[in-house]
Design a binder for this molecule. Sequence first.
Ligand code: CLF
Ligand code: SF4
Length: 296
Amino acid sequence: MSDLNKRSISKHPCYNIEAHNYARMHVPVAPDCNILCNYCNRKYDCANECRPGVTSQVLSPREALEKYKYVKNQLKNLTVLGIAGPGDALANFDKTKETIERIKEYDPEVIFCLSTNGLMLPDYAEEIINLGVEYVTITINAIDPLIGANIYRKINYKNKEYSGKEGAKILIDNQLEGLKYLSDKGVFCKINTVFIKTINDDHIEKLVIEVKNKGAFMTNIMPLIPVKGSFFEHMPIVSNKELYIVRENCKKYIKQMSHCRQCRADAIGKLSHDISKNFEHKCYTHMSDNILTKIS
Ligand code: CLF
Ligand code: SF4
């Protein structure tokens, strides 16, 4: 680990539980998605990374910068800027890229973090690195296309729709290729896995070993949230005990995250204390530096 990496991980509250006093901020600039997970209801935030609650607003890259300035002025412990939906960061790559460029110009010290389903990683991994993104979360729920076919309804890859085993295979291959590429270049990759009883429960250990071999830094096994209106609405709930057992078992292969809050696409604050409500429903479109100076 380089000195730069060590410094940044000491301030990332998701990748390092010791960094719990630092805050992260998500800017919801990525509304579209290129796949359809059976646990997703498009009216809600991305269930991969966010608790299912309607995101209060989708921001343009310019608005995201204004909101960042406003929040940073009030939240001195803010260290991480994340893009986690409400759709997929890479299905909206132009917006994701512009947001990072704008915020980086304003605050070169901020740590960038992305969350993605990984479908477009082989196309964008190089650019992600060039943008200076140090942390990428990929949600991988299966490494076997047969199991993946029961989790993903369809994917839209380069303007063509695929479903079943064929679609799942494209997605999984791209996720693993992207993971290996980014990890080899020193990007910290976290793998989120949604634990779906009767679908991938017996498969998680194998998945964890595979992503470890491809260079993942840690895994975050999360319980399925059976979102109303999704295809998995009536799936069984995973108990805390079941979750604990699978995490304990996988701990022997790779670092496990156990403090995830399955947060919203517009989350702000320390993981233990979300304050995104304080910044809702404000118009960030016409905010000027003058206003921001007055506020601070
Ligand atoms: Fe956001 Fe995710 Fe980056 Fe953290 S969240 S993009 S890694 S800055 Fe953190 Fe929230 Fe869990 Fe995600 S607690 S849902 S793991
Ligand atoms: Fe929904 Fe996220 Fe899956 Fe896209 S990746 S379908 S937004 S849960």
